[in-house]
Design a protein around this ligand. Sequence first.
Ligand SMILES: *Cc1c(COP(=O)(O)O)cnc(C)c1O
Length: 348
Amino acid sequence: MAELPPPSLRLTIDADVLADNWRALDAMSGEAKTGAAVKADCYALGVDACVPALRDAGCTHFFVAHWSEVEAVASHVPPARISVLHGPMNAADAAYAQQTGAAPVINSVSQARLWHESGGGTCQLMVDTGINRLGVSLGDLSDPAIASLDVDILMSHLACADEDNVMNARQLAVFKQATEVVPHQSASLTNSAGIALGSAYHFDLTRPGLALYGGVPRPELANKIRQVARPEAAILQTRSLSAGDSVGYNAEFTAQCAMPTGVVSLGYADGFFRSRGGEGSHLLLGKTRLPIVGKVSMDMLIVDLSNAPSLREGDWLEVPFHLPDVAPNSGLSQYELLTTLGQRFKPR
Ligand SMILES: *Cc1c(COP(=O)(O)O)cnc(C)c1O
């Protein structure tokens, strides 16, 4: 195949900032070790760009959701340090765990049985303490299939860690009960936000994801977490509009006076949905704001270049991506802003 020409979208990952974010969360985790949620291709920032930096910073526990995510992570860290949150759904999943050495997170009595049938061995156990997502109920802890597991990490997951909610203390109390019933090597309760709830929540291991990648789920993290990902898009074409000219689908925007515009290579498939192109939305040239005009339309959007009239085709614009600032007006959560970054941002 011919060599690819340069792309019109690019994503820069600052691995030093990523490592700093992990260290900041590790410091906040006190005595507890700090792991990393690296599922969904490190929240779309790329396993190859992120996992080595986390490993070199000192992270030893990596969490993915799917079995299909093990291999990419295992090219950077020993498989025994990877835990698979969805657990085994069938004999093939359990066999894959046995063959690769990745640790299954057991979420139910039936998953525990599958694990035993595959030969068993060390595993993680997720206990449900009130989120009612994945996890074994407290009442099932005495089931022989669960009681006979060789549990390395006993874990649970908080439903409301990003807010001050009575659920947090309630889940903490239930998790403490579970730690007294289930023999385990280490206990783990909190995600990024939960780390800020204080040492009572830290146990032996914390499991941040979002905040590693620049997300700020609670104000306590605001001064500690910095932006990791910097998406940029190129201008494909420039135009000069006259007063009365309209722009894009449904002619939603009409120029009130003559203005230069730029057609930018950025659209839905790149995670830039129409909801992100509303009132006040803009791309950046350094600190200069270039307002987005009209509807985001499939693979393109249009910016008003009045503040930077010398820009030309091929010039790069930055997509604002300081997650806590961008999320409120985007119609998306910080998680969604990250994980919907499209394939076309990936280096090839
Ligand atoms: C995704 C996930 C995490 C990380 O959560 P963040 O809110 O992204 O920090 C931790 N634990 C479990 C079980 C998860 O699914």
